[in-house]
Design a protein around this ligand. Structure first.
Ligand code: SAH
Length: 374
C-alpha cells in the first residue's frame, strides 16, 4: 500500500488486517472499522465513535471513503429502474443501474416495458448493474458503450463504490451484475478483487450466487476464470448462433470462433458445474428466424445453459431494429420445445437510456432533455 490517502474500498479485509498488524492494532479494531464501512455505511472515519481519536486521524491520513460524485439520476416511472451517472476522481464518467426484480408472476408490457400496477407491489429485491471500465474497447455494433473506445479500467475500489453509492442513496442492493459499460474480463484482476470485497462475509456479504459476470466471450480469460475458481455466475453475450453473423455484431468474434467459445464453456463447466446464461439480443430479420433458433439449439447442446432473449434497444448510429414481441415469443417457444430453457428479458428502464452506455454518451452531448439534476 502507498502512503497517500487511497480509496478504502480498494482493499480486501486481509490487506486491512495486515495494515492493522503493522501498527500493532488489536484485531477487533479492524473488525470495528470494517463493519463501520460496510455494514453501517459510514461516510467518514470521524463518525466511527468507538474508535480512538488517534486511530481515526491515522485513517483519515491514510484512506479515503469518498464516493464518486453523482452527476445525474434518472428514474423510469414505468418499472422503477434508476440509472445514475457517476464522475470518478479524474473526471471519467460511468453509469450504474438499479433495477427492481418482481415476483415470478409480474407482467410487463412487451411494447413499453411497463410493469402492471398490481405487480409493482411484488418487488422481490434489487439488482445493481455495475460498470467495470470507462468506455469499452470492443465496439460491438449494437452497444453505445464502445462507440468512443476504451478510456480506462476501473479499479476494484471504483467498482465497489458503485454499490456503496446506491446504499448511500438508500437503495438496498441484493444482486449484482457486471453488465454496465466495459468488458469485465478485460479488467480481470480488478473485477476479481472487487468480487472478493463484495462477497466478504464480515462486510457486504454478497453470496457469490447473486453475482453475475457478463462477457463478450474473451476465450482465454474464461479458461482462467474456471481455474481461478470464481464462484460467481457466468453469462455470455452470444447474440448470434453462427460465426459469420456474430462477427458482424461483435468484432472480437473474429478472434474467437463459436467453436472455441463452446470448448471454453465445456471446460468451464467441468470445473464450475453451474448453469451458464446465453444473452441473445433479438434483432429484426437478423438473428430471429427459425433457422437461427435451430443453430442456437445445436450450439447449446452439451452445455448446462439458459437463454435470455433480450429485445434489442435501439441506439443511435446502429443499423438495427428490435424483433417484434410476438416473434420473440415464437422464438422462445421454439427453443423450449426442444428443451432449451429460455426466457425473455424485457429490458428495464427503457425510458431512461438504460442500454449500456447510452446515458453517458448523451450527457456528453450538449442537448439534454428530461433529466432530473441533483
Ligand atoms: N462486455 C460485457 C458486459 C457489458 S454489455 C458483455 O459483452 O457481456 C452487457 C449486455 O448489455 C449485453 O449482453 C446486452 O444484453 C446489453 N446491451 C448492450 N447494448 C444493448 C442494446 N442496444 N439493447 C439491449 N441490450 C443491450
Amino acid at each position: 500500500m502507498t502512503e497517500n490517502p487511497s480509496l478504502f474500498y480498494q482493499y480486501t479485509l486481509g490487506e486491512i488486517r495486515a495494515w492493522g498488524k503493522e501498527r500493532d492494532l488489536p484485531a477487533y479494531r479492524i473488525g470495528q472499522l470494517w463493519s463501520w464501512v460496510y455494514q453501517r455505511g459510514a461516510a467518514s472515519f470521524d463518525d466511527m465513535s468507538n474508535l480512538p481519536k488517534d486511530l481515526r486521524a491515522e485513517l483519515n491520513a491514510r484512506f479515503s471513503l469518498e464516493l464518486p460524485t453523482l452527476v445525474v439520476r434518472q428514474r423510469d416511472p414505468n418499472d422503477g429502474t434508476s440509472k445514475i451517472l457517476l464522475e470518478l476522481n479524474d473526471g471519467e464518467r460511468v453509469e450504474s443501474v438499479i433495477m427492481p426484480r418482481f415476483s415470478e408472476r409480474a407482467q410487463t408490457d412487451p411494447r413499453t416495458g411497463a410493469v402492471r400496477d398490481r405487480d409493482k407491489r411484488t418487488v422481490k429485491d434489487y439488482t445493481a448493474c455495475l460498470s467495470t471500465q470507462a468506455g469499452c474497447q470492443y465496439a460491438c455494433r449494437f452497444c453505445a458503450s464502445g462507440q468512443d473506445g476504451l478510456q480506462r479500467n476501473l479499479s476494484a475500489g471504483e467498482i465497489v463504490s458503485q454499490v456503496m453509492r446506491f446504499r448511500r442513496e438508500g437503495e438496498d442492493v441484493s444482486h449484482i451484475v457486471f453488465m454496465g459499460s466495459g468488458e469485465p474480463l478485460h479488467n480481470y484482476e480488478e473485477v476479481r478483487r472487487a468480487v472478493e470485497i463484495l462477497t466478504c462475509e464480515e462486510g457486504l456479504n454478497f453470496s457469490s450466487r447473486k453475482i453475475t459476470l457478463s462477457t463478450v466471450g474473451v476465450v482465454p480469460e474464461i479458461y482462467r476464470m474456471a481455474k481461478d475458481d470464481w464462484k460467481i455466475k457466468l453469462a455470455i453475450s452470444l447474440h448470434a448462433p453462427a460465426d459469420e453473423k456474430r462477427e458482424q455484431l461483435i468484432p472480437i468474434a473474429r478472434s474467437y470462433s463459436l467453436s472455441q467459445l463452446k470448448d471454453a464453456l465445456l471446460y468451464y463447466q467441468r470445473l464450475q458445474p453451474r448453469r451458464v446464461t446465453f444473452e441473445y439480443l433479438m434483432i429484426a430479420d437478423f438473428n430471429d428466424s427459425p433457422k437461427d433458433a435451430e443453430k442456437l439449439i445445436a450450439l447449446a447442446d452439451g452445455l448446462i445453459c439458459h437463454v435470455n432473449l433480450i429485445p434489442y434497444n435501439a441506439v443511435p448510429r446502429a443499423p438495427f431494429q428490435p424483433t417484434p414481441a410476438r416473434k420473440i415469443d415464437e422464438f422462445r417457444n421454439r427453443l423450449r420445445k426442444r428443451n432449451l430453457d429460455a426466457t425473455v428479458r424485457y429490458s428495464r428502464g427503457r425510458n431512461i437510456d438504460a442500454a449500456c452506455g447510452q446515458l453517458r454518451r448523451r450527457m456528453n452531448q450538449p442537448a439534454v432533455a428530461s433529466i432530473e439534476h441533483e
